[in-house]
Design a protein around this ligand. Structure first.
Ligand SMILES: [Zn+2]
Length: 355
């Protein structure tokens, strides 16, 4: 979640020429964009496998009392995905950590069976030079110079089965980036927004086991914390026609201690539809207003596409602090978010409703 000024005043004010990562030595370019050099690639894959093994082992004890354990298979990988994301030093966009996270997410998209569009799973875009301003109530990025860095979106889709509705798209989105490291302090960003990416992957797994009439596109954005840069790139250079996007459900910071969910949107029809759907299915909804804050639904909304961010009314409590850790995450709330989002996306993808 970002402060609105970062988007309004600065978000679209830069245009780059030359793109590079903060640390280039492990990377090379090919026609599809940035790739890891071979040795670095195997080291990364090995590190991810090793980390998964330890996390799976240590988590078993921790998770015995959570709903994930009770529900078994459906949520088997949910907290592994979320905890893994918190291990990449705050996942600052434009760094190697982002590229490693994107490697992991691409592998997960592939395993789940999401298809790539013709340009592959990864969409690249330009990031501005930023600095973390810590003299604010909530530390946030500020654009400071014209240095160009490269940010990454991960995109995959499930094709709809209805001959007419297959050309309509429901988007499920969540940003994978966070604030990174500042003066040796790591901002893990477990709730903001490893939680949203975990729920997105869980919904992708859920939908891959069934058929839907409409097509469903899953996008993990980079660059959100720097001003919704990745989602703006998607809108500027979309892999599907924008007018065919029936609705966007963006997931951001879902695991607060409140039992309720919040639906943010200027599209009142979509906001009411989702709020009612949630209440009818046994979830609480509190649509608290935060006019000075926004998330990745905003560039879609600005382009006239029906879009919401699903969050928690108390999202701001640990937001952008060093206490936003995996340990402090309300795991049961994340399970509830999966239950809600899985039902909601299934419903939207199997109807022809327009907003
Ligand atoms: Zn944030």
């Amino acid at each position: 979640m970002i402060h609105a000024n970062l988007y309004r005043e600065e978000g679209k004010s830069f245009r780059g020429k030359e793109l590079r990562f903060l640390n280039e030595k492990d990377w090379e370019f090919d026609e599809e964009g940035i790739v890891l050099k071979k040795t670095a690639k195997w080291i990364t894959i090995f590190a991810i496998l090793l980390a998964s093994f330890f996390i799976l082992n240590t988590n078993t004890e921790k998770l015995k009392n959570t709903l994930e354990y009770k529900n078994g298979k459906e949520y088997r990988l949910l907290f592994t995905d979320i905890e893994l994301l918190t291990l990449f030093h705050g996942r600052r966009s434009g760094t190697e950590d982002e590229a490693k996270v994107v490697n992991y997410l691409t592998a997960r998209f592939q395993d789940i069976g999401l298809k790539p569009f013709s340009n592959g799973y990864v969409q690249t875009f330009e990031l501005p030079g930023v600095q973390l301003a810590t003299n604010l109530p909530r530390p946030c990025f500020r654009h400071i110079n014209n240095h160009r860095f490269k940010g990454l979106n991960v995109i995959g889709f499930i094709r709809g089965t209805d001959s007419n509705l297959t050309k309509e798209y429901i988007l499920v989105t969540a940003h994978h980036d966070h604030l990174g490291v500042h003066q040796k302090t790591v901002y893990e960003g477990a709730n903001d927004n490893a939680s949203g990416v975990g729920v997105l992957l869980n919904t992708a797994e859920h939908l891959a086991r069934q058929t839907t009439k409409r097509s469903v596109v899953f996008v993990a954005f980079g660059g959100e914390e720097m001003g919704c840069i990745g989602s703006q790139k998607f809108v500027d250079d979309p892999p599907v026609p924008l007018e065919k996007i029936a609705a966007v459900v963006n997931l951001d910071t879902l695991g607060g201690n409140s039992n309720a969910f919040s639906v943010w949107s200027k599209n009142k029809m979509l906001q009411e539809y989702i709020s009612k759907f949630a209440i009818q299915n046994g979830f609480q909804v509190v649509n608290k207003n935060y006019p000075d804050h926004m998330s990745d639904h905003f560039p879609f909304e600005a382009a006239g596409i029906p879009a919401v961010t699903l969050t928690s009314p108390d999202w701001i409590e640990l937001s952008h602090t060093t206490t936003d850790t995996f340990q402090n995450l309300n795991k049961d709330k994340i399970i509830r978010a999966c239950e809600l989002n899985n039902k909601l996306i299934s419903q939207l993808a199997n109807s022809d409703i327009a907003f």
